[in-house]
Design a protein around this ligand. Structure first.
Ligand code: B12
Length: 375
């Protein structure tokens, strides 16, 4: 089987997923008794996901992307009564197919990553809560999430208002209340403690709570002490709140920001970067299977002569899982969260000044923090 060559890595996945799922159902006929035909279809679809994560791990030479996914899958499937043995069986069947094919460097890497995934099935996968009273604003974050979970939008707003009124800085409310509660919402969804509808509700209220805070800081005249930022999510990426937060933090710190949100189009992004005279482009990916698109997008931006001096920073879940992944997608830098992104941007801007011609450095913007709402 020649599935694991660069060109066909994605092309053969649907067929392979079907074959492997059929094989597993032959070996474990009880699966059909337990889950019926809909269960078979779900299992086939999950296998497509698994193969996409595997392909991404192989292409990016990043075992941790796949190993993390297996831990996540283990916890998710436990909620449906599927065991380590079931997941392991699927991975062994994939491994058998890969091993049976012609060997090359990429196939060897695939085998290594699959073996690491199989080992991961044997380890515990429980994710602890993202909210703890020991964290800064831990109690408030818990009360905020509790309000969301009882559909008490006004109660959630009131809590945020009270934090603002008592002088809590907006960046902390973002980080310790909104980000933590969003991560916790994800965990509760994954472990089937809340529904997709609950997750949508919590997310929508948090987005509106962020917008309500804008009136406290956006719109007024603020000195532009930073550079120009254009931010966008890659490809079909729908997770946009993290990038929104990052963009807001930059705006609070005196940057001139242009946020394109989810699903950014390559050409429009490049045009926006040129039109706004951006110093920095921030690109976000949450789903691991979008990482290769990030690499492609960065390649596209790099090929555009007009963007020669523009720095590119990346972030999002896969980059947090593999802290050197950013360099393999061709970015200039990475940061794990909005706060540290600001420091990384400052570093990149200093680097840019060093790289640029001396006569240009004089007119370069000095990037520094210190805005009253952010710091
Ligand atoms: C809300 C949500 C959604 C919403 C998003 C809505 C929106 N408008 O954004 C919707 C419903 C669309 C969605 C869909 C899906 N989701 Co979702 N989602 C979430 C959830 C609960 C919260 C996301 C969020 O708001 N996080 C809060 C922000 C602030 O954090 P953040 O994104 O990490 O951002 C910070 C840093 O990462 C960093 N950062 C981010 N971008 C950048 C960029 C740069 C340049 C830098 C420097 C830093 C940086 O800074 C940010 C601020 O500090 C997460 C849970 C989680 N752990 O994040 C799941 C989660 C990400 N989703 C998940 C899944 C599985 C999906 C779906 C596949 C579900 C499905 N079956 O359809 C789809 C995929 C959609 C797609 N193609 O993108 C999984 C991913 C698991 C995995 N192994 O990869 C998660 C982790 C849930 C879980 N625990 O299982 N989701």
């Amino acid at each position: 089987m020649t599935l694991w060559t660069e060109e066909t890595l994605f092309a053969g996945i649907e067929q392979l997923a079907l074959e492997v799922t059929e094989e597993q159902y032959k070996i474990q006929p009880d699966l059909m008794d337990r889950y019926g035909r809909p269960g078979f279809e779900k299992s086939r679809r999950d296998t497509v996901y698994t193969l996409n994560y595997l392909a991404e791990g192989v292409m990016m030479d990043s075992p941790s992307l796949f190993v993390h996914y297996i831990g996540w899958l283990k916890q998710l499937l436990a909620g449906y009564g599927l065991t380590d043995i079931d997941i392991r069986m699927k991975l062994e069947l994939i491994l058998g197919r890969v091993r049976a094919g012609k060997r090359n460097e990429q196939v060897e890497r695939t085998i290594r990553i699959l073996e690491m995934g199989i080992l991961r099935t044997e380890q515990p996968a429980e994710v602890p809560s993202f909210i703890s009273e020991d964290h800064h604003l831990g109690r408030e974050s818990r009360s905020y999430l509790d309000a969301l979970l009882r559909n008490d939008r006004l109660g959630a707003y009131a809590l945020v208002d009270s934090l603002f009124e008592r002088g809590e800085i907006i960046r902390n409310i973002y980080r310790y209340v909104f980000q933590s509660s969003q991560y916790e919402v994800g965990r509760l969804w994954q472990t089937q403690q809340i529904s997709v509808a609950d997750e949508h509700y919590c997310t929508a209220v948090t987005q509106s709570a962020m917008s309500r805070l804008y009136t406290q800081w956006i719109g007024g005249e603020r000195p532009k002490t930073g550079g120009v930022l254009v931010s966008a999510c890659v490809g079909g990426e729908l997770h946009e709140i993290g990038l929104r937060m990052l963009t807001d933090v930059f705006e609070m710190e005196g940057w001139d920001t242009h946020y394109l949100g989810a699903n950014a189009d390559e050409e429009k992004l490049a045009e926006m970067v040129v039109r706004r005279g951006a110093d920095l482009v921030a690109l976000s990916a949450t789903m691991t299977f979008h990482v290769h698109l990030m690499k492609k997008l960065i390649g596209h931006l790099r090929a555009d002569k007009r963007l020669e001096n523009v720095k590119i920073m990346v972030g999002g879940l896969p980059f947090n899982l593999d802290p050197s992944l950013w360099s393999r997608v061709g970015a200039d830098g990475y940061a794990p969260d909005a706060e540290s992104a600001l420091h990384e941007a400052e570093r990149m801007m200093r680097e840019r000044i060093r790289e640029s011609r001396p006569e240009e450095t004089g007119r370069r913007l000095e990037v520094r923090g210190g805005h009253q709402f952010g710091s």
